[in-house]
Design a protein around this ligand. Structure first.
Ligand code: RIB
Length: 312
């Protein structure tokens, strides 16, 4: 078969978390100490790693995942879900003692959310575990990590990917403070949202100009390219060499923003792996994310390529 450069799928490896999301919809987010009545409950596939892998697969990439689930029914179901998406799950290990990760998600009627993650088996990913899956890193074009697995495992992944000449994407989520100095030089594309960019750079990010300042600071720290996602305000890209650009976002009525960032990252990684331009990758990622916020849940909200193309 003659496959053109434009249509050849790239190979994406996602190293990261796999969760079951327990989602309650409520009129508003509860305040500390408050009990409120919810009006809908669902249990869906989530976890930043799993969500990003699914987004990349639905955009047509060949996707593999390295992660860790427990021996419980949730773990088996999550792996089955990922396999149904065509994702190679041979890098997902089963921990004998820790339960599969769980996220308690509350979504208010105006589309805001709070998420509490109990890492469980995600916390058992180790540098040794990453080394066991070196072949999976070798086999891909782009490696994607987040921060829902132990930092030593994330650092080991980035270092291995760099040694093997792979393109690295780091979604620093959730961010709790600046990253260790040796990390950023290992990152080709650092993709924080505005909150994470502010925490990482130690600067306020409330607008495009704040995003530019934070991105400049993170690039000074060694990240090659920085993309700060700004929700409805779009995204700010600072490329290697210092040129910056704002990408406005499609305006939609959001009902649930859970996994919107993951949809952006997975789509972006799929496009970069397929050797598409940065403009194309960011544009498609924004369109996919803007569809995901109009739907409920994490993985159930992620569109496929045909849906993104037909919404253009
Ligand atoms: O980014 C959204 C995800 O964060 C949810 O699916 C939840 O599992 C947490 O990991």
């Amino acid at each position: 078969m003659n496959v053109s450069k434009e249509t050849k799928p790239g190979r994406v490896l996602v190293v990261g978390s796999i969760n079951t999301d327990l989602v309650a919809r409520s009129p508003h987010l509860p305040r500390p100490g408050e009990t409120i009545g919810g009006h809908e409950f669902s249990q869906v596939a989530g976890g930043k790693g799993g969500n990003q892998a699914v987004a990349a697969a639905r955009m047509g990439a060949q996707v593999a995942m390295v992660g860790c689930v427990g021996t419980d029914a949730n773990g088996a179901q999550r792996v089955k879900d990922l396999e149904t998406e065509g994702i190679d799950c041979s890098g997902i290990e089963v921990h004998p003692a820790q339960p599969t990760g769980v996220a308690m998600v509350t979504v208010s009627d105006d589309g805001q959310n709070t998420i509490v993650v109990v890492a469980g088996s995600n916390g058992e990913l180790t540098p040794e575990g990453i080394a066991r899956h070196e072949a999976a890193v070798k086999a891909c074009d782009v490696v994607v990590c987040q921060l829902e697995t132990p930092p030593e495992a994330v650092h080991a992944t980035l270092a291995l990917a760099r040694r093997l000449g792979k393109i690295t994407v780091l979604n620093p989520a959730p961010a709790t403070g600046p990253l260790p100095v040796e990390w950023l030089p290992l990152v080709d594309y650092l993709v924080p949202n505005e909150v994470e960019a502010a925490i990482l750079a130690g600067l306020p990010v409330e607008s495009e100009s704040g995003a530019r300042r934070a991105a400049t600071e993170l690039q000074r720290g060694g990240a090659r390219n920085v993309i700060v996602t700004l929700g409805a305000q779009g995204a700010y890209l600072l490329v290697d060499g210092g040129e910056g650009r704002h990408f406005p976002a499609p305006q939609v009525q959001a009902i649930d923003t859970t996994a919107a960032g993951d949809t952006f990252i997975g789509t972006f990684a799929a496009q970069i792996a397929a050797r598409q331009s940065l403009d194309n990758a960011i544009g498609l990622a924004q369109r996919a994310a803007s569809i995901s916020v109009t739907r409920a849940g994490a993985q159930p909200s992620i569109p496929n390529r045909a849906e993104v193309d037909s919404a253009a």
